[in-house]
Every structure is written in structure tokens, then in C-alpha cells.
Design a protein around this ligand. Structure first.
Ligand code: QUE
Length: 350
């Protein structure tokens, strides 16, 4: 069997490469566990100074998680296998967030959902001309997870709400502008960057600075002002109304994007983000997101969303509730409620 994660050490640098090219390196539970095991081993290994996180062959850094499996699990075992996957994935996200050594993530291609959860907690996040970044969960009736409730509300202005509600895809220049990436390198410089990092793991920042180039202008910067205006309302209804009242083509296009996404996902995201400021630490965020995942994967919207996007690929999901008004506070209360104590998410022991 070809290993879905390649793990090796070169000198004093640990090197983890996602290697599931047929699925754009979307994460499985086994991949999350293999990455976590390597990171835990290297955390306490005095000879390891830094960790490189990239993908092996083919396109894409990481397209997300194995949501087709999660859907099957929801249909066949009440979501047990799906919850086990998210538990393992969120432990990995938290391990990266709290990791004491520098991790350099190379976002050289599709970086969505689960890939975002690997890249954003990494100290150095390298975008390229191939980077395609998104939190697209609204298209499948899931919710912005893998720590999105921590990162997105901390982006400038209303960019985080914009990304969550529209599923907008950002390129590498936009990722750098928004602070999602720390560096922009042409992909032709990546092999040299990794070689020099392995040679000088004490000089990562200098290596990346030196091999960086000026990115093209970020489209997102031009739209930031209207994003901050139109996505300012606290409610989904308010944002939809603001977009509908704006006569520009841009607002019309974004209104269509938001309206096509799952209304329950959007309202879960808004409540998740509103609670973010009150979080003391990232573990608290992941415990909340695990509750949300446990509830969302067994809702009909998730079954339907994955069907429409990944199974039948007709891209015409029928959401239920179909409108913002249909998603009530009582539904959200049930989705956000604590799990029974033994079922709550916990991080790896420190
Ligand atoms: C929205 C999503 C996901 C998505 C598409 C969306 C997602 C995800 C994948 C994905 C893509 C390719 C694969 C795979 C999964 O697509 O979360 O296993 O091979 O993981 O529109 O949220």
C-alpha cells in the first residue's frame, strides 16, 4: 500500500507530506493520526528543530476531509465513525496550534476545510500562485470547523464572515493580504526553500523572506470596504437584506453565493463567530466545534449537501430549512448544546 502520509526526517527537520493525490490529499482519520504521532514524537526530540508540512505528488495541498465517509457513517452507523474522524482531526488541529517548534505549511494548491485547519495554526504559511483557499462548508451543509471559529473572526473587518457565508475562493496574493499566509513564494522556489530550511532551521524567516516575491495585487483588498459594510449585520437576514439593497453587480453576485449555501450552516457560523471573542483558549474552541460537528453531520442538510456536491455532483442541494427565517434559535440551541460528558472532545494530554 502507498502511504497516505510520508513521514521522514532530514537532518534536524521533520518532514510530513500528505500523499492522497486521488482526493487532493483530503484527510482521513488514519492520516490525522499518523501526522499527530509524528508531531508528538518530534515535540520531545531535542534533535528536531522544525517541521515542514506539504503535499507529495500531484495537485492540491489539502482539499478537506473525507466527507463522503462521514456521510456514509451518518446514514449507516448514526455518525459514530464520522465523529471519530472529527475528534482525531481536531486533536491534530489543536496539537499544531500549541506546537512548540516552528511548523512551515506549504499551501501550494487547493487549501480548503481540513487543509485550512493544518495551515493556519502553523507558524509559517507559504502561499504560491497555485494557492486556492476557501472554507466551503456552506456548500455541503457542514459548518466552518477546524478552528475557523477562532481564526475567521480575527481576520480584518468582516472578511471572516464573508469567507464563511460565501465560500469565496482566495488566491495566494489574497491570502497574504488577509494574513492567512505569512509569505508568498513562486512555486518554482519551493524546493530551494525546503532545502535551505533543512540546512538552516534556525533561519526559517530569513530563508522565506529571501525567496519571497512581490505577489500580484489582491482583488480582496479592492472589495474590503464593501465587505466590511455589507457583512457587518449580526444576522443572516440582515446580511441578505444589505446585499439585496446594494445595486452593484458585486453585491448581486455575492447575494447569489450566500443564498445558494445552506441556511443552517450560515446561522451556525454566525453564532460560532459571535462566541469566539469569549474563548479563553483554542481547546475551548475545538470542544465547541466538536459539538457542532456531532450535530451537523447527522442533519439531513449534510447528507444532502455531500450528495449534491460529491456524490451525484448535480450541485443543486435542497436545504431544509430552505430559508434564513426557517432556521430558528431553538434549532441552534440544540446544535450548540453540550454533549454528554463522556462524549465531549478533549485535546491530547500535554
Ligand atoms: C465543500 C466542502 C468540501 C468539499 C467541497 C465543498 C469538503 C471536502 C471536499 C473534498 C474534496 C475532494 C475530495 C474529498 C473531499 O470537498 O469539506 O475527499 O477527494 O472535504 O463544496 O466542505
Amino acid at each position: 500500500m502507498i502511504e497516505e502520509v510520508l513521514v521522514r526526517r532530514t537532518g534536524s527537520v521533520g518532514h510530513i507530506s500528505l500523499n492522497r493525490p486521488k482526493a487532493l490529499h483530503a484527510l482521513t482519520q488514519a492520516m490525522c493520526e499518523a501526522i499527530s504521532a509524528a508531531l508528538i514524537e518530534w515535540r520531545d526530540d531535542a534533535e528536531i528543530a522544525a517541521v515542514i508540512l506539504d503535499h507529495a505528488e500531484g495537485r492540491g495541498f489539502c482539499a478537506g476531509g473525507d466527507v463522503a465517509m462521514v456521510r456514509r457513517s451518518a446514514l449507516e452507523d448514526g455518525g459514530a465513525e464520522g465523529r471519530a474522524f472529527f475528534h482525531a482531526e481536531y486533536r491534530l488541529n489543536h496539537l499544531l496550534f500549541t506546537y512548540p517548534k516552528p511548523v512551515i505549511a506549504f499551501m501550494d494548491g487547493v487549501t480548503m476545510g481540513g487543509g485550512v485547519g493544518l495551515a493556519l495554526p502553523s507558524r509559517y504559511r507559504v502561499a504560491t500562485e497555485n494557492t486556492l483557499f476557501a472554507m466551503p462548508e456552506g456548500a455541503i451543509g457542514l459548518f466552518p470547523d477546524v478552528g475557523a471559529g477562532w481564526y475567521l473572526p480575527r481576520l480584518p473587518g468582516q472578511i471572516g464572515k464573508f469567507l464563511a457565508l460565501t465560500g469565496a475562493r482566495l488566491d495566494g496574493a489574497e491570502c497574504l493580504w488577509a494574513g492567512l499566509a505569512t509569505h508568498f513564494l513562486p512555486s518554482e522556489n519551493l524546493a530551494e526553500a525546503k532545502r535551505r530550511i533543512i540546512e538552516r532551521p534556525d533561519a526559517i524567516e530569513a530563508v522565506l523572506d529571501e525567496l519571497s516575491t512581490e505577489p500580484p495585487p489582491a482583488r480582496l483588498a479592492r472589495n474590503a470596504e464593501r465587505i466590511d459594510q455589507l457583512f457587518a449585520p449580526d444576522t443572516l437576514e440582515g446580511i441578505l437584506a444589505a446585499l439585496a439593497e446594494d445595486p452593484s453587480d458585486w453585491a448581486g453576485k455575492e447575494l447569489k453565493a450566500v443564498s445558494a449555501k445552506c441556511p443552517a450552516t450560515a446561522k451556525v457560523a454566525l453564532r460560532e463567530f459571535a462566541q469566539s471573542a469569549g474563548k479563553r483558549d483554542f481547546a475551548e474552541e475545538m470542544a465547541l466545534e466538536y459539538r457542532l460537528a456531532a450535530r451537523m453531520i447527522v442533519r439531513p442538510d449534510f447528507i444532502e449537501g455531500v450528495r449534491a456536491v460529491l456524490v451525484d455532483k448535480d450541485n443543486s442541494p435542497a436545504w431544509n430549512p430552505a430559508t434564513a427565517e426557517g432556521v430558528t434559535d431553538a434549532m441552534l440551541d440544540a446544535i450548540f448544546a453540550p454533549l454528554p460528558l463522556q462524549e465531549e472532545w478533549t485535546p491530547f494530554p500535554a
